[in-house]
Ligand binder design. Structure first.
Ligand SMILES: Cc1cc2nc3c(=O)[nH]c(=O)nc-3n(C[C@H](O)[C@H](O)[C@H](O)COP(=O)(O)OP(=O)(O)OC[C@H]3O[C@@H](n4cnc5c(N)ncnc54)[C@H](O)[C@@H]3O)c2cc1C
Length: 405
């Protein structure tokens, strides 16, 4: 039996940040991951200012490359909108890094902080006594931690054993990404195409992105929103190939490499995320923005916050879902409602032209881009932030914002 005060399961950004925070807080910490070092992760690789801000708080900005981006450029429905990152609570620096590199650097920092790191080491089974995790089985022996942070990602196999339920009646994402060489790799804007058409000009459900990485390549991908009632009828890999073909000349794109796809539970659409001495963080807790699929920032934040709570010795069973709802509840509720509208096939063609041209393009879309960049906080008091929060309170929460079931 190995005894560690804190066990972190999953060494993505959420798990690595949790391990850094726990070890620095004086807890002997073990970080384990099912996969080998430098594992890849299907992602757009974009880091919002909110993610960069949390890295700065953790004194981890040295994991970032020199490349910085300035904001979003949205294209489609006859318009182009430029939305610089606002200089608010989080600052205005975004970045983008291939995940294999970013995640490995964060794991290195966890090790430097003093955490023990085991790769190729899945948590396979948990034992519980009155809800508390008493022991976690791994191929390297059983661990008997005082606290467990479950950061095992979208599928959250350990979370499932602990009772985590994903509600597919809520909106979720399906997405594919690739890497392409491009001479425009230093372009300082993240690009998003909100109108995708096939070769015959038929509007496709979904959106595309090109996120320059500053290393001679871009991350090119596409995604669509779905619910069980209205599943997006789209083959994301085929759509990605079409999109790359359409953008090839403009970006001087090389062939798409490493094409992978994944599902994304979003907007807190899971239940049972905590017990007395354990909490799910990051993707495992569906902490992903329903409007754009970004979750690295929330993963880093939830990791740090969960460690704060367990340091204070709280029983996490109700404290953790309460904390998630307090911090993200209004924003996620509203984003989920907006994203649900986007799953109606007629919605986007009707409102897209209004948003992307004229006054909509000047006022509406920059505000939307701020919301898409996860850049509104409870501390912000400007008009957009207040309107967003008021709308969040007005929309019925519905089921499954991290509720215990
Ligand atoms: C196509 C796509 C594009 C995206 N684009 C962006 C973007 O541009 N920007 C952004 O911010 N977010 C983006 N996201 C979301 C982002 O990828 C996730 O929010 C982020 O990876 C969450 O990090 P995490 O640490 O919670 O989970 P993960 O990064 O998935 O890490 C989980 C880790 O847990 C390990 N694990 C799983 N089970 C076990 C087990 N039983 N025992 C031990 N280890 C285990 C896995 O091996 C993995 O390493 C995108 C997602 C998709 C699918």
């Amino acid at each position: 039996m190995s005894e560690f005060e804190c066990l972190v399961v999953g060494a993505g950004p959420s798990g690595a940040a949790a391990a850094v925070a726990a070890q620095r807080a004086g807890m002997s910490t073990l970080l384990i991951d099912a996969q080998p070092p430098r594992r890849d992760k299907t992602c757009g690789d974009g880091l919002t200012p909110r993610a960069v801000h949390t890295l700065r708080r953790l004194d981890l900005t040295d994991v970032l490359p020199p490349y910085r981006n300035l904001g979003l450029k949205l294209h489609g429905f006859g318009g182009d909108v430029t939305a610089p990152w606002p200089d608010g609570t989080f600052g205005s620096e975004g970045s983008a890094v291939p995940r294999a590199q970013f995640d490995a650097s964060l794991v290195d920092r966890a090790r430097t902080a003093g955490a023990t790191v085991w790769h190729d080491c899945p948590a396979t089974r948990v034992e519980r006594e009155q809800g508390r995790i008493s022991s976690v089985e791994t191929p390297r022996g059983d661990i008997r931690p005082k606290w467990v942070i479950v950061a095992d990602g979208v599928r959250s196999t350990l979370g499932k054993q602990l009772g985590r339920v994903w509600h597919r009646d809520q909106v979720y994402g399906i997405a594919a990404r690739s890497y392409c060489e491009s001479p425009e790799s230093n372009e300082p804007w993240m690009h998003s195409h909100v109108e995708l058409r096939d070769a015959r000009g038929v509007l496709q459900p979904g959106y595309g992105w090109i996120f320059p990485l500053g290393d001679g390549t871009v991350n090119l991908g596409c995604g669509a929103l779905s619910t069980d009632a209205r599943p997006a009828k789209v083959n994301t890999k085929a759509l990605l190939a079409q999109y790359a073909a359409q953008q090839r000349a403009k970006w001087g794109l090389g062939p798409e490499r490493n094409v992978t796809s994944a599902l994304l539970p979003m907007g807190g659409a899971v239940s049972n995320v905590a017990g007395p001495n354990w909490a799910l963080v990051g993707d495992a807790a569906a902490c992903v923005n329903p409007l754009n699929g970004e979750g690295i920032d929330y993963g880093l934040e939830t990791a740090v916050r969960a460690v704060d709570l367990l340091r204070e010795g709280h029983d996490l069973t109700l404290a953790w879902p309460h904390e998630l709802r307090r911090t993200y509840g209004e924003a996620f509720t509203l984003a989920r409602a907006a994203a649900r509208l986007l799953t109606y096939p007629r919605f986007l063609p009707a409102v897209g032209p209004l948003g992307m041209r004229g006054a909509g393009a000047r006022f509406l879309m920059p505000a939307a881009a701020r919301l898409m960049g996860n850049l509104v906080t409870p501390e912000d008091t400007d008009l957009i932030a207040r309107a967003w929060r008021a709308a969040g309170r007005a929309v019925p929460t519905g089921r499954a914002l991290w509720d215990p079931s």
